[in-house]
Write a protein that binds this ligand. Structure first.
Ligand SMILES: Cc1cc2nc3c(=O)[nH]c(=O)nc-3n(C[C@H](O)[C@H](O)[C@H](O)COP(=O)(O)OP(=O)(O)OC[C@H]3O[C@@H](n4cnc5c(N)ncnc54)[C@H](O)[C@@H]3O)c2cc1C
Length: 379
């Protein structure tokens, strides 16, 4: 029995599978075409106890830790969901942790509890049109004016930004690009805060993505997360969980594609024999399964170390890159094994192929992960 295979976590898997089977699978294709998941899905996920996994009961969550969140993500994808669905439904996984870590009871009451109850939707806005990799270079500025900050700037590629009721927003307090950052919770409807167009994408179609702009937006000081100038550190501290979630989405997508390919190769006959009867195909499936399993084992090991509070920033970066590379390879091979059907919207593998491409970009690109790894090597 592994640490993610305890009786409690097996129950959590069953709960997740039942939720996906009943509440997601019949509707997912429609959400992909609509470009978003309905708000009601958040409430349903909250009612069954899934939305709050990884957040303590003290802040309105259902308890559990990073490993429980990983179990939920794995099982959503294994049951036929997708990384796009995880991104859309669990955006609070990146929008809320800074507030919880800061221990601000007022912010917890106003934003964390309602979001975990499924009645509010939050987003995290770091990336700007001028760049996302260089977080210290953020140009959106927040200038103090009495008991408010006046925010000016713009953000882009923001997951759930179209639907979000509030946005955890990174802004600089000094000159643009100074690196002195704060995080502010900015509510939709605040004068000067505009949600721009819905961005169309290669994948993650059920996850809405937005451009946001701020023009003299007055945000109460009470909406600042943590003390002044701690924003950069706070953002970096929360990156590990986001990167491990993306790594989990990557190996889980790979494993789901292995399962789909195995089923297909058993059923599909060419030249009078099932594909799975050919050694070349069996070896290909064996290689795909091995890559997905190796990535899963390494991500689990690193996640256990993160959950135990060990400083493993380099290992997290390696885990993300290992899982993303495995996923890219496996989804490509899985689609190829499906032949022409793999290229059709009707094929589940087609969605995974498109969805997988973002995993090496979001939460820090493969190149930025390599930079972190090189630093960890003393280079
Ligand atoms: C679907 C989607 C959802 C997203 N959701 C969110 C969200 O919710 N919130 C949010 O804040 N952001 C979000 N992002 C943004 C994402 O985090 C950024 O796209 C990512 O961090 C890269 O930033 P960039 O696009 O500005 O690329 P850039 O930083 O401009 O980089 C461009 C290329 O150059 C490479 N590069 C950059 N610097 C270096 C270097 N020093 N050495 C070598 N190579 C380098 C990068 O790896 C990349 O390949 C999302 C993006 C997408 C597409």
């Amino acid at each position: 029995m592994t640490i993610v295979d305890t009786p409690e976590r097996r129950q959590l898997r069953e709960l997740t599978r039942a939720f996906v089977t009943k509440e997601v699978l019949p509707y997912l294709d429609g959400w992909e075409r609509a470009g978003e998941v309905p708000r009601s899905l958040h409430e349903t996920a909250a009612k069954v106890g899934l939305l709050g996994v990884g957040f303590s009961e003290a802040v309105g969550g259902s308890g559990g830790d990073l490993l429980d969140s990983i179990v939920v993500t794995e099982e959503i994808i294994r049951s036929g969901g997708s990384s796009g669905l995880v991104a859309a439904l669990f955006t609070h996984g990146i929008a809320l942790p800074h507030m919880v870590a800061a221990g601000n009871a007022d912010l917890v009451d106003r934003y964390v509890r309602p979001t975990l109850a499924g009645t509010m939707i939050g987003a995290l806005a770091i990336t700007e049109p001028d760049g996302g990799s260089d977080v210290a270079g953020i140009r959106t500025c927040a200038v103090r004016d009495g008991d408010h900050y006046v925010v000016n700037g713009s953000k882009t590629y923001i997951t759930s930004g179209i639907r979000a009721d509030f946005v955890t927003t990174a802004a600089c307090t000094d000159f643009p690009g100074s690196g002195s950052l704060i995080l502010l919770v900015i509510e939709k409807g605040t004068p000067g805060f505009t949600v721009g167009r819905r961005l169309e994408k290669l994948g993650w179609h059920c996850s809405d993505t937005a451009e946001l702009s701020f023009s003299d937006v007055r945000v109460p000081v009470a909406n600042r997360i943590g003390p002044e100038d701690t924003g950069f550190l706070t953002i970096m501290q929360q990156f590990s969980a986001e990167r491990l979630s993306l790594a989990t989405q990557a190996y889980a997508t790979a494993q789901r594609c292995v399962d789909l390919a195995v089923r297909w190769c058993r059923d599909r006959s060419t030249f009078g024999r099932p594909l799975a009867g050919r050694q070349l195909i069996r070896h290909r499936l064996a290689e795909m399964h091995t890559r997905a399993e190796a990535a899963r084992a390494y991500v689990h090991e690193v996640a256990e170390r993160v959950a135990a509070g060990q400083p493993v920033v380099t290992e997290v970066a390696m885990a993300k890159n290992v899982a993303v590379a495995a996923c890219a390879d496996v989804v490509d091979r899985a689609l190829q094994l499906h032949g022409g059907f793999g290229y059709l919207r009707d094929a589940e593998v087609e969605r995974h192929y498109r969805d997988a491409r973002i995993l090496g970009i979001g939460g820090g690109t493969t190149e930025i992960m390599n930079d972190i790894i090189a630093k960890g090597m003393g280079l």
